[in-house]
Design a binder for this molecule. Sequence first.
Ligand SMILES: Nc1nc2c(c(=O)[nH]1)N[C@H]1C(S)=C(S)[C@@H](COP(=O)(O)O)O[C@H]1N2
Ligand SMILES: [Mo]
Length: 516
Amino acid sequence: MSTRRTHIAAGGWAALAGAVSGALFVTVAEVVALVAARDASPLIAVGSFVVDIVPRWAKELAIELFGSNDKAFLLTTVGAAALVAAAIAGILELWRRWAGAALFLLGGAAAVAATVTRADASALAFLPPAIGAFVGAASVHVIIDVLRHWRCAPDTDRPAGVDRRRFLLLTGAAAAAAVLAGVGSRIGSAATSSIAAVRAALKLPAPANRVKVPAGADLHLKNLSPLFTPNADFYRVDTALTVPSVAPSTWRLTVDGMVEQHVDLTFDDLLAMGLHEYAITLTCVSNEVGGNLIGNAGWLGVPVREVLARARPRHGADMVLSRSVDGFTASTPLTALTDPNRDAILAVGMNGEPLPLEHGFPVRMVVPGLYGYVSATKWLTELKVTTFAADQAYWTPRGYSPKAPIKLSSRIDTPRLDRPLSAGPTKIAGVAWAQTVGIGKVEVQIDGASWQEATLAPAINADTWVQWSLDWNATSGSHTLAVRATDRSGRLQEEKHTPIAPNGSTGWQSTLVRVS
Ligand SMILES: Nc1nc2c(c(=O)[nH]1)N[C@H]1C(S)=C(S)[C@@H](COP(=O)(O)O)O[C@H]1N2
Ligand SMILES: [Mo]
């Protein structure tokens, strides 16, 4: 009995020593990454690998449950899994010398594989996980050797307590080193990440023209989405665990594939083509009926067609595969980018500022009328002229359509069930969008009665959402409000509810409100 208890206790100490060595692995790798290979943190690389391989339903569930904290959740999960594996390695090492160290090296090999296969991996990307794994393996091996002396094979020549003290000292030192390395790498990366400073110092040239907003286009109603979504409130959707840092000075755009002429552009080349301002409402395919993965901005940019014209796409091409520095790709029909009547742009500015880092700094695509995943590539680096038959974009093998025009839709912003409302005259209001066509009519239904036409605010253009409102004399009790839109070509919004996959949700939003 007592030897069994001793073994269990020894196993506990071994697990602790393993976990501490695991923490040393990860934090040492962070420090090396800071010095040798910026974007080669193993935790991030393994997390990104998980992002790329998890099934669609798991990703949707994570976004559903954690919203924009889904990335923090993923990193925490990967970190916790690594700690558990390291604890197990500690126990293995106690059971058999080198077995735990070998597991550390195996983990290191996996982390190296995840790191060097990232699209933005540098030549030294193998170093951080490799060095981290060696330090972790050495740590677990040395500490467990001491533990073995203390718990399992007491050295009769040495006074009792020496090995215990040595074990606790070593484990404590390793833990302290891990904390120091962890905190140090955080501070170091914050202090030396200059991209935010580069962006802050960047002055974009004035555009040749500015968006004209018709009077009354913003109804300025309480709880109604503003006509232009402030950058800080703009939804963010991407697969990037850390925001790629791309300096305008090193940014290059390559136009290649089925072209007569390879084109390479620097940031200054792009600016020299002349900036214009465009108002375009961006929408995510993952936006559920009534959801908020949509935003409207004034974008500063250059028409994609002007860049493509320099490259002269060859006959037979029907798609442009746009690529981000982090490997994300989007497939956009070539005609959507060359159409003189569609303002597909390479954007460098958003709502009067350079693109925010998380929205694609320094250059992204924005195409009116197409969901973001097939058009709005952030941190853009390449436009490959190709065909839908020859190439697939990031989301295509993951269950989404290769082509995806934005579906005509409408949303009630106010009133909402979660905001108190008292009886009396009020306004029902929201937004509606039918990019490239424009909204013709919005109707509201109260408690299943006949549809009433809402007042439409004047639209900026056909590529932006419009605000709408309807006066309502609210009586106390529960009410059901529904909304539907018709576009300018007379097409009524699809009534039937369908899920976001494979190419965007449909359905009329219906919502319950309570009036006190
Ligand atoms: N590099 C990169 N660009 C990307 C994505 C991505 O995952 N990586 N996601 C796309 C998707 S799905 C959408 S909806 C839009 C969102 O742009 P936003 O985050 O600026 O709102 O970016 C698109 N561009
Ligand atoms: Mo999206």
